[in-house]
Design a protein around this ligand. Structure first.
Ligand code: ADP
Ligand code: MG
Length: 681
């Protein structure tokens, strides 16, 4: 049911909830507080330090008194007693409370402690009758909010929703799992995640909800991938020395990290178990050549290989570099992208099916149904975070258990990798090729923009090029594009009117985007104003400045990715972060980027700073968002949930048993909300 029809909500409030992604009664019941204010423990007035928040049971012992130290300020003080000590409830500009209480009345209050000389004050306290346990004597939920919606309003709506609609939520976890892990029932868990009866109950509620979240996510994922869990039989590629010879002929020496990772891949390929490997390596660490080696090995055993990249620009970049690396070999390489003519496409598809093509590189165009291989042995996905789990699975299914490699510059924490890939192996290229110049990074305030612009001007006069990235506006792509257009026009017509300025944003057709990128690459543009669409792997060595507006709005890992667009050539490169936030955490985040060029360290730090309670990652991968589970804290729960998911899938992959009926429905709902249509078969 739409929440608009809940008593006390109505269209206006509903639209505010909508901003928080809450549309249905169920969304409300699962609207998890971001934090809690523990007002459950009543204490002793003397034991609290100044500025500490105290919950106290007090007796009113005198009449309220109001003083007016200056215009627009009145201070109300009501004397109270707590155990053996006296103090004052103190309010600013709330005269109406003066006669609210009777002498001798006992109330519970919660407020900050203040000391003036020997006098103890409880500042602007919230209060209620002893035993009411509504606002004070309990743990109060603190919800993520949006404009026009207060925490108290949310609390009211949720209370009402629980009392009216919770009965409609049924237990869906199989009883045996509930018993085995002593999980709280679903109704109790929902009540206690909002209004915990105690800290222990809160912890149990959280554990139950995290477990269900991870279990359903995991079962759904196994189902999408449509594969049995565990080791699949795979292709046994030949041992050869030709790859070694190929390596010796490369124009550069592989780094130790590249050698190590390729050895790991080689071992997998030569075994008869299907390879499923994630290769992580910072931007510029040289992942492509590792892919090329694996592909060469696959071809030497008579198999075809395919490599999928998220954009046409990237795909054709790979195509060019593959052709170059293999120029003295008799290897057929083709590029399959959306912009090819139908005739050319047809030609490629026919040759592919007949086995005349050894390596096919492309974009999403590769996963279309009519793309059929003759003998596909190796599937590589570049910048995997740009693809959904399903898209990768479709590509793999074009062969018979082909070996797979996914490559990424975005570090994934071990826990998330476990969820996303189950038994995936991970290789890390943790070393950059020698001779790279460190990118100099500066974080500056808005007042420095003119100096930044002068700096850009000077670099362009020296023959360089610059990227300017516009603020990320999460709420609206349209607003984001407007911001980019505005900046573009200002640059083109004012600030940099002597230079050639281009614009790139997500609503442009991919043909238009490619054309602009091509112009920038060929130095027909000096400055490229863009939204974050340039994030992924584009290579323009002459561009040595990256300016990022409203840098505080980006994740650190994303800033690091953007920064990786420069520093690709022989020139000293610069990244300038324009930070408009005075928030200390945001400054700390900028400092981390200034002091480190190590993507893995940076994302670890980022997660640390974001702290528990904020989750990340799954949404990017096209999966339902985690609301409760914390991928750092909940490793144990994750392992247990994963184990049960494997059990369930292995016993009954379609979840046809009666005991799984509700679970199956829940999983289907969950995934359909995030745009995946799950069919269990
Ligand atoms: P990424 O890991 O970001 O995909 P690439 O594979 O595109 O990085 O490599 C970046 C650049 O470094 C390419 O021009 C590539 O040819 C070069 N490169 C790769 N490995 C080495 C190496 N061992 N020594 C020198 N240059 C290398
Ligand atoms: Mg790359």
């Amino acid at each position: 049911m739409n929440i608009q029809y809940i008593k006390g909500v109505g269209p206006k409030r509903a639209s505010r909830f909508k901003k928080l992604n809450i549309n249905t009664v169920e969304d409300l019941l699962y609207f998890v507080p971001r934090d809690y204010d523990d007002r459950s423990q009543v204490g002793d007035l003397r034991e609290f330090k100044t500025n500490e928040k105290a919950t106290l049971e007090v007796e009113i012992i005198g009449k309220g008194n109001i003083i007016r130290p200056r215009k627009n300020l009145s201070i109300l003080k009501i004397p109270v007693r707590n155990n053996m000590s006296d103090g004052y409830l103190t309010w600013f500009n709330q005269d109406y409370l003066k006669d609210k209480f009777l002498i001798g009345e006992k109330i519970i209050v919660n407020g900050k402690i203040n000391r003036v000389g020997r006098e103890i004050q409880i500042m602007n306290p919230v209060f209620e009758k002893v035993g009411k346990m509504d606002k004070v004597g309990r743990i109060i939920p603190i919800y993520p909010l949006t404009e026009g919606l207060t925490n108290n309003e949310v609390i009211k709506v949720i209370k009402y929703t629980i009392s009216e609609y919770l009965h409609g939520i049924d237990e869906f976890l199989p009883l045996e799992i509930i018993n085995k892990y002593k999980l709280m029932g679903i109704k109790d868990a929902i009540i206690n995640i909002h209004f915990p009866g105690s800290k222990t109950l809160l912890e149990n509620a959280r554990k139950r909800l995290a477990f269900q979240e991870l279990l359903t996510l995991q079962i759904g994922l196994f189902t999408i991938k449509n594969k049995t869990v565990g080791n699949n039989k795979g292709i046994k590629f030949k041992e050869t020395i030709e790859v070694t010879e190929f390596i010796e002929k490369l124009p550069f020496k592989l780094t130790n990290a590249q050698i190590k990772v390729f050895k790991e891949i080689e071992k997998n390929m030569e075994s008869n178990v299907q390879m499923n490997r994630l290769v992580q390596g910072d931007v510029g660490s040289g992942k492509t050549i590792v892919a090329i080696l694996a592909i060469f090995k696959s071809i030497l055993s008579g198999y075809q290989a395919v490599m999928m990249a998220p954009t046409e620009i990237l795909a054709s970049q790979h195509y060019e570099s593959f052709k170059n690396f293999f120029k003295s070999y008799d290897i057929e390489i083709e590029l399959l992208v959306g912009s090819l003519s139908p005739k050319r496409k047809e030609e490629i598809l026919v040759n592919l099916k007949q086995g005349k093509i050894d390596i096919l590189i492309g974009t999403h165009a590769l996963i279309q149904e009519n793309v059929e291989f003759n003998k596909l042995g190796l599937v590589i996905t570049d910048e995997q975070h740009r693809f959904g789990v399903k898209q990768r699975a479709i590509l793999s299914q074009k062969g018979h258990n082909p070996d797979t490699i996914v490559m990424t510059a975005t570090p994934i924490p071990r826990t998330l990798a476990l969820i996303l890939y189950g038994d995936l192996d991970i290789s890390i290229i943790d070393e950059l090729p020698p001779g790279r110049k460190e990118i100099e990074t500066y974080a500056v305030g808005k007042e420095m923009i003119e100096r930044v612009n002068n700096f850009i001007r000077k670099q362009i006069m020296d023959g360089r090029q610059a990227y300017i990235v516009c603020p990320l506006i999460e709420e609206s792509e349209t607003l984001e594009i407007n911001a980019a257009e505005e900046l573009y026009i200002n640059f083109k017509d004012n600030v940099f009117k002597e230079f050639k300025v281009g614009l790139l944003h997500g609503k442009m057709k991919s043909k238009e985007k490619d054309a602009v990128m091509e112009e920038f690459k060929n130095h027909r543009l000096d400055i490229l104003v863009s939204t974050t669409v340039i994030e992924v792997g584009v290579n323009v060595p002459n561009s040595n400045i990256m300016v990022i507006y409203n840098a505080e709005r980006f994740g650190l890992a994303q800033l690091h990715q953007l920064r990786g667009r420069v520093g690709r050539g022989e020139y000293q490169s610069y990244c300038i972060l324009i930070n408009e936030s005075k928030n200390p955490i945001s400054r700390e985040r900028m400092r981390i980027l200034q002091s480190s060029n190590d993507g893995f360290k940076i994302s670890e730090k980022d997660l640390e700073l974001r702290g528990p309670g904020e989750f990340f990652g799954t949404k990017q991968h096209g999966l339902p968002e985690l609301k409760v589970a914390n991928l750092f804290k909940d490793m144990d729960i994750l392992k247990a949930a994963q184990k049960e998911a494997i059990n369930i899938i292995n016993q009954d992959s379609r979840l046809n048993a009666e005991k799984y009926r509700e679970l199956k429905k829940t999983i289907q709902n969950l995934f359909s909300n995030s745009g995946e249509n799950l069919t269990f078969n």
